[in-house]
Design a protein around this ligand. Structure first.
Ligand code: TNX
Length: 509
């Protein structure tokens, strides 16, 4: 099988050329100038580790080089790229570094899968310094959607900075460009909030991570949860690592429900001024901020302000889901005010679909997961909000594959939830058109998940399906063709040490 027929996500245009293949060997150089240099550096470290060739970075182009060029390509938007491989070199061209980064992910998949098994990696390729050939090909490619995300619930189960970086490495090769971090929930608060100088109500911000970060959520009949939190410096570190891989971090502070950890850490957020006890169960919908306490708004302004200040990306997620014990009018008033506070930081506010019932600033984003689609559609059609599509039955990565799955939840109707269910759907549905849709995101809730091995098993291969749903044109996608390509991709994941679920209906290479 020719590797050009195995690319994931499927590119918009692929033409296999008649000419001879390109060979990467001891004499190959990587050329780039200006803003292309960091992307070239990223490619060089990947290829050096894999091949043990020297691969010097140079600024002049000469035949035989791998060349990264920032230049007008074609009208495919800021993330488009063109890739031309002949025996005279491999050339990636794009308007932006993001486009170049996408291009090198495609180039990476044109190498034999052994490229994913560096000598010091889990699968240990020991054939060092061999020649690596890439077939002659011309590719022009651009994403269907601007936002292609995964979500990690780091509240229910903590992931260390190193673990999050590993997740970023794996998702980046599939051209995902957003990592949504669900930082707070009933069970824990995972982001450091500094004690501000101006603190009129004397709220105990530093206590958030002291109390909330130490929770030991027992999981659903599984091993204990993990403790920890990100300092603001940790968060910046994750964010910089992600940015170098064309991934934007989207922070979520879940409000006004899912706040028990905050109510336990900051007594004055409670109407009676008494701290709530911590609750490490998987229960949802029992906690709420209080619309009538001034400290609520003071707290939310301070927290959203600090989180926005350390966030480079354009988005700030304010939650809004499952506020079952918040009176409806209070819910609408708080969400409206929190969204206003969020927008005042200069960020684009994102909320789960329940928030679509509230009055949101123009240009907000609504993330559809479950329940009423009408309000979401209304806002989209009026042009006041864009939509991230995360319908639970097509994107939820925390769901069991079937009843035999040892981990995962199973509250969503309509299963099983395998790679094929997550492949066979169109985000433009129920009246929603592509122009209304910012993108697609697969959330991994972690009530039953501990660490990357378990996370990988639930994420992959389903996240591979979502990567293609978010990137490739609807008319270019077909199940049979994807099944074949997915089978080929398994070897790459295995070489990277990613413990995916080996679905029985795929022929894994
Ligand atoms: C619902 S999805 C939730 C989460 C849970 C998840 C479990 C959403 C916006 N809220 O709090 O973790 O179900 O599948």
């Amino acid at each position: 099988m020719n590797v050009t027929e195995l690319l994931i996500p499927k590119p918009v245009h692929v033409a296999v050329l008649d000419g001879r293949a390109f060979t990467l060997g001891g004499a190959t150089r990587i050329s780039a100038t200006g803003a292309a240099v960091p992307v070239a550096g990223h490619l060089a470290s990947f290829l050096r580790r894999a091949t043990c060739h020297e691969l010097p970075l140079v600024s002049d182009f000469r035949p035989g080089d791998v060349a990264l060029e920032l230049t007008r390509t074609f009208d495919g938007g800021p993330e488009a790229y063109a890739l031309t491989v002949t025996d005279a070199g491999a050339r990636v061209r794009a308007d932006t570094p993001a486009g170049l980064f996408n291009g090198i992910q495609t180039l990476r998949q044109l190498f034999d899968p052994a490229i994913e098994a560096p000598p010091d990696g889990p699968a240990g390729n020991t054939d060092r310094q061999r020649d690596w050939t890439v077939p002659a090909v011309e590719i022009k490619d651009a994403p269907r959607f601007r936002y292609r995300g995964l979500m990690l619930d780091v509240a229910r189960s903590f992931f260390t900075v190193a673990e999050v970086k590993e997740q970023i490495d794996v998702m980046a090769q599939l051209k995902f460009n957003a990592l949504h971090l669900h930082l707070t929930d009933d069970q824990a608060w995972r982001i450091e909030i500094h004690e501000p100088e101006n603190n009129p109500s004397g709220l105990e911000y530093a206590n958030l991570t002291a109390v909330g970060g130490a929770v030991n959520h027992p999981g659903v009949g599984l091993t204990p949860g993990r403790t920890g939190f990100y300092t603001q410096q940790d968060y910046r570190d994750i964010q910089a690592y992600a940015a170098a891989r064309n991934i934007t971090v989207v922070p979520e502070i879940d409000l006004p429900g899912h706040v028990n950890a905050a109510l336990a850490a900051v007594p004055r957020l409670n109407p009676d001024g008494m701290a709530k006890p911590m609750n490490a169960t998987g229960e949802v919908g029992y906690s709420t901020l209080d619309a009538d306490i001034p400290a609520t708004y003071e707290f939310v302004s301070e927290v959203l302000g600090q989180v926005a200040a350390i966030t480079d990306g354009p988005y700030l997620h304010i939650g809004g889901d499952e506020a079952h014990v918040t009176g409806h009018e209070n819910y609408l008033a708080m969400v409206r005010e929190f969204a206003r506070i969020g927008a005042a930081t200069g960020k684009t506010v994102v909320g789960w679909n329940e928030a679509a019932e509230a009055d949101l600033p123009d240009g907000s984003v609504v993330q559809y997961w479950f329940g009423d689609f009408g309000q979401v559609l209304n806002k989209a059609e009026q042009g006041t909000a864009k939509v991230i599509m995360s319908p639970a039955d097509r994107t939820y990565l925390d769901q069991k594959y079937d009843s035999t799955s040892p981990i995962g939840l199973s509250w969503v109707d309509g299963g099983p939830f395998t790679w094929s269910e997550y492949y066979q759907w169109n985000p433009a549905q129920g009246g929603l058109e592509d122009q209304h849709i910012l993108g697609v995101e697969g959330p991994l809730w972690t009530e039953t998940v501990r660490g990357n091995r378990q996370a990988y098993w639930l994420l992959y291969p389903r996240a591979v399906s979502l990567a293609e749903v978010a990137w490739s044109p609807q008319e270019a996608r077909s199940l049979g063709d994807f099944r074949r390509r997915l089978g080929g991709f398994g070897e790459r994941l295995a070489n990277q040490g990613v413990t995916f679920q080996p679905a029985a209906d795929v022929e894994w290479s």
